[in-house]
Design a protein around this ligand. Structure first.
Ligand code: ADP
Ligand code: ZN
Ligand code: ZN
Length: 699
C-alpha cells in the first residue's frame, strides 16, 4: 500500500511542524490533503492537528514515524488563502504556526471525538432554506453616504478606505449598501460572495445583527464571538468556512475565520482597543483585516468618528483613501454642544457638580434620558484609615483593593483577590474606615438619594456578569424605562439611544497625565464616542453650553420647539487643556494632526515600530536579569533595545513583571531582528515566563 508523509501543525510551543505517516486503512480511502484536520498521537495524547504538507512516503524512511489516526474528511480542507493568513500572522507576531492555526478553530473541531462536528454538519444538511421575507426597505442615502458607497464599490482590487464619519453620520448604512452592492454584483456573475463585518464589542452586535438580518432576509447571516455557545459557534464557523454564510458579523476573532468567497471586509470603530488581542497570539484584528484584504485583492472599509492615529497617518500619506461624513444622518439630528464644567470653581465633594445636577434635573422634568460616564467600576477605588493612614493594598499586586459596597467586599481588579470589608482597621483597630474616591456604585447611590423618583440604571462589568444581562439592560434603556443611565466604557460605544439628550462625563482628567503615550488618544476617542450618544434622533436639538442654559433659565424662557438642546458636560479641573479645546470644537482632525506632530518629534509610533518583551518571576531581579541576558543575545544594527524596566503595575498575583522595549525606524528591520532573536530566546530554555508583543499598545 502506498503511504504518505504528512507535515502537521500542532498547538504546541515548539516552533516546528511534525511529520507523521499516513496509511490507507483500506483500498480507496481518500488521501490526506493540505488544510485538512487530522487526529494524531502526540506524546501520550491524541490531538488534532492541521496538515500543512503532503509528501510521498518513499521519499524518506517513514517507518520511524507515528501514524495518523484519522482524517477529518467530513470537513472541507482549510483553503490556501487561510493557511497563508495564518503563516503571515505567525511570522509577523513571532508565534509557532500551530499556536496560530489551532487555537483560532472552534473547540468542537479540536477534540478527538467527532460528535460535535457530525452534529453540526447534520444540522447544516437539514437546515431549511432561508425564508424569502421582504427585505427591510433600505434607507435613502444622503449625498455623503452615497459618495462613500460609490467609492468603495467602484474600487477594483485592494483598496483601503477610511470612512471618517462623525457619530450618528450613518456609517452602518454605508456598510450595508456596500455589502449589498458587492453581493449583488457577484451574484449577477453567477458567483457567491461573502462579507466580513468586524465590530469591537459583543454587546454591540445585537443591534447591528438585527439591522443586517432585516436587510438581507434571503441570505445567511452568522455571528462569531466568544460568548456563543460551543455548538452554535461551531455551526457558524462552518457556515463561514463552507461559504454558506454570506455575511459574518463578529468580534476580533472572526478575522481569522475561513471565508472562501470573501469579497469585502468592514472594520467598524476601527480605532477600538478591543481589536487588539492581549494574550496568546497578540494580534491586531484591524491590521490583519488590512493584510487579508490586500492578499485577497478586495476592498476594505475602516470606519470611525475617531480613527486610530495609525490609520489617520495612512489616510494622510495616501495609503488609505479617506471618505468623510460630516453631518448626522437623521433629519434634524445635530452634534451635541459640548460644555466644560470647571471643577476648580464648582467644587463638588460628592462628585457631581451643581451645573451637572441642574442639567440632570432639567432632563428629568422633560422626560428625557441622561447618561453619566465614569470609567471606574466599584464603589470607591480604595479604603482608607484616617487614624493611621492604612490603605487597602492588595497583598498580591501593586494595586489597591476596590470597595464593592453592594456585596460588602474588597476586590482586586488585577488578580481577583477578594475579602470581606474589614470591620476595623487591620493596623490600628479604628472602626471608622473611609472610602476614598468614587466609582460607578457610589455615584449610583448618590443619584438615588438626590433623585429618588428617577429610574437609575448602572451598566458596568459588575452589573452585567450574568449572560444576557447586558443586553436586557440596554433593551430597557431603548424602551425608555430608564431616566439616568450610568456606566463605564460599556455604555460609551456604538449604541443608538434615541431619547438621550444629556451626557455627563465625570472626572476623565487622570488620563491627561498618564505615562502611557496613547492615553490622550484613547481619552479623546472615548469622549467623542460617549458624546456621540446624545442627540442622535432628530427630535433632540441643542440648548448650547452651560452658560447659555443658565441664561435661558434666568430669563425664564423655554427653548423653542426644534431648538437645539442636547448637550455634553465634562467635569474637569483643566478646562484649558488642548484635548478639551479640541473636544469642544468636535475637532478630531485637529487633535489627530497635533498628536501626530507630537509623536513625530518624540520618536513614538507610528513613526517607530516597536516590540515588547515581557518577563515575570517571583523576584523582580530574576525578570530583569532574564531581560538583560536577552538584550545581549544578538547584535542589533538599526535596532534600539532599551533598558529592562519594571512594569507600571509591577506585581500581579504575586508575580513581579518587567519589560524590554525594542524599537526601529524600519518595520522590516525590526522583523528581521525579531525572528532570530526569538529563536535564540527559545534556545535559552529559561524556566521563567516570558512573551513577546509586536506593535504593543499598552507600554
Ligand atoms: P454611526 O454608526 O455613524 O454613528 P448610525 O449608522 O448608527 O451612525 O446612524 C445613526 C442614525 O441615523 C440611525 O438611527 C440611522 O437609522 C439614521 N440614518 C442613517 N442614514 C440615514 C439616512 N440616509 N437618512 C435618515 N436617517 C439615517
Ligand atoms: Zn488605622
Ligand atoms: Zn491583586
Amino acid at each position: 500500500m502506498i503511504g504518505r508523509i504528512v507535515k502537521i501543525a500542532l498547538d504546541s510551543p515548539l516552533d516546528t511542524e511534525f511529520d507523521y505517516r499516513w496509511l490507507p486503512a483500506q483500498e480507496g480511502d481518500s488521501e490526506p490533503r493540505i488544510g485538512q484536520l487530522a487526529l494524531v498521537p502526540f506524546g501520550r495524547r491524541e490531538v488534532i492537528g492541521l496538515i500543512t504538507a503532503v509528501g510521498d512516503a518513499s521519499d524518506y524512511d517513514a517507518s520511524k514515524l507515528r501514524d495518523v489516526i484519522a482524517l477529518r474528511t467530513q470537513l472541507e480542507p482549510l483553503p490556501p488563502a487561510w493557511l497563508d493568513l495564518c503563516r503571515f500572522a505567525a511570522d509577523y507576531y513571532q508565534r509557532p504556526l500551530g499556536e496560530v492555526m489551532l487555537p483560532c478553530l472552534p473547540k468542537g473541531l479540536r477534540t478527538a471525538s467527532t460528535v460535535a462536528l457530525d452534529r453540526a454538519l447534520k444540522k447544516r444538511a437539514t437546515a431549511r432554506p432561508v425564508a424569502a421575507a421582504a427585505p427591510a426597505s433600505a434607507t435613502v442615502l444622503n449625498t455623503g453616504q452615497q459618495a462613500a458607497v460609490d467609492a468603495i464599490t467602484a474600487a477594483q482590487g485592494f483598496a483601503a478606505h477610511l470612512l471618517f464619519g462623525v457619530t450618528g453620520s450613518g456609517k452602518t448604512e454605508v456598510y450595508l449598501h456596500a455589502a449589498e452592492t458587492v453581493i449583488a454584483r457577484e451574484q449577477a456573475q453567477g458567483r457567491s460572495a461573502q462579507v466580513l463585518i468586524l465590530v469591537p464589542e459583543i454587546n454591540l452586535t445585537p443591534q447591528l445583527e438585527n439591522s443586517v438580518r432585516a436587510r438581507f432576509p434571503h441570505l445567511q447571516v452568522v455571528t462569531l464571538h466568544s460568548q456563543l455557545a460551543e455548538g452554535e459557534r461551531l455551526r457558524n464557523w462552518i457556515a463561514a468556512h463552507h461559504g454558506d454564510a454570506a455575511i459574518v458579523l463578529g468580534t476580533r476573532l472572526s478575522v481569522l475565520a475561513a471565508m472562501p468567497q470573501l469579497k469585502l471586509i468592514v472594520v467598524d470603530e476601527e480605532h477600538d482597543p478591543s481589536y487588539k488581542q492581549q494574550e496568546g497570539l497578540r494580534y491586531s484584528a484591524r491590521d490583519l483585516a488590512v493584510w487579508r484584504a490586500r492578499q485577497l485583492d478586495i476592498p476594505l472599509v475602516l470606519g470611525s468618528a475617531t480613527p486610530s492615529i495609525e490609520s489617520w497617518q495612512h489616510a494622510g500619506n495616501g495609503r488609505y483613501r479617506r471618505l468623510d461624513l460630516t453631518q448626522r444622518a437623521a433629519a434634524n439630528a445635530q452634534l451635541p454642544r459640548v460644555g466644560l464644567i470647571d471643577m476648580e470653581v464648582n467644587k463638588a465633594p460628592e462628585g457631581l457638580s451643581a451645573p451637572l445636577l441642574a442639567a440632570l434635573r432639567a432632563r428629568l422634568e422633560r422626560g428625557e434620558q441622561s447618561l453619566l460616564f465614569l470609567n471606574r467600576r466599584g464603589y470607591a477605588p480604595v479604603m482608607h484609615c484616617d487614624a493611621c493612614g492604612w490603605i487597602s493594598h492588595c497583598r498580591r499586586c501593586t494595586a489597591f483593593m476596590v470597595l464593592h459596597k453592594p456585596d460588602r467586599r474588597l476586590r482586586c481588579h488585577h488578580c481577583s483577590l477578594e475579602q470581606r470589608i474589614p470591620r476595623a482597621c487591620p493596623t490600628c483597630g479604628n472602626v471608622d474606615l473611609q472610602p476614598l474616591g468614587r466609582g460607578t456604585q457610589r455615584i449610583e447611590e448618590q443619584l438615588q438619594t438626590l433623585f429618588p423618583q428617577a429610574r437609575v440604571l448602572r451598566i458596568d462589568a459588575d452589573s452585567t456578569r450574568r449572560k444576557g444581562s447586558a443586553q436586557a439592560a440596554f433593551d430597557s434603556v431603548h424602551r425608555g424605562e430608564v431616566d439616568i443611565l450610568l456606566g463605564t466604557q460599556m455604555v460609551a460605544k456604538g449604541h443608538d439611544f434615541q431619547r438621550l439628550t444629556l451626557v455627563g462625563v465625570i472626572n476623565p482628567d487622570t488620563a491627561l497625565f498618564s505615562q502611557d503615550y496613547r492615553a490622550g488618544e484613547r481619552l479623546f476617542a472615548q469622549l467623542m464616542q460617549v458624546a456621540g450618544r446624545a442627540g442622535r434622533a432628530g427630535t433632540a436639538g441643542n440648548v448650547g453650553n452651560v452658560a447659555q442654559s443658565a441664561e435661558l433659565a434666568a430669563s425664564g424662557s423655554q427653548p423653542a420647539i426644534g431648538m437645539q438642546r442636547s448637550e455634553v458636560l465634562v467635569q474637569t479641573r483643566y478646562p484649558q487643556h488642548p484635548l478639551y479645546r479640541a473636544l469642544l470644537a468636535h475637532d478630531y482632525a485637529g487633535f489627530a494632526e497635533a498628536t501626530l506632530a507630537e509623536r513625530r518629534s518624540a520618536g513614538l509610533p507610528p513613526f517607530v515600530f516597536q516590540a515588547l518583551l515581557r518577563a515575570e518571576a517571583k523576584q523582580l531581579q530574576q525578570a530583569l536579569d532574564f531581560l538583560q541576558a536577552a538584550r545581549k543575545l544578538m547584535p542589533c544594527e538599526g535596532i534600539v533595545i532599551n533598558d529592562p524596566v519594571p512594569m507600571t503595575i509591577t506585581r500581579v498575583a504575586g508575580q513581579e513583571r518587567a519589560q524590554l522595549l525594542v524599537e526601529s525606524a524600519s518595520r522590516a528591520r525590526l522583523q528581521a531582528f525579531l525572528k532570530p532573536w526569538m529563536a535564540a530566546l527559545r534556545e535559552m530554555k529559561s524556566r521563567l515566563r516570558w512573551s513577546l508583543e509586536v506593535d504593543p499598545v499598552d507600554i
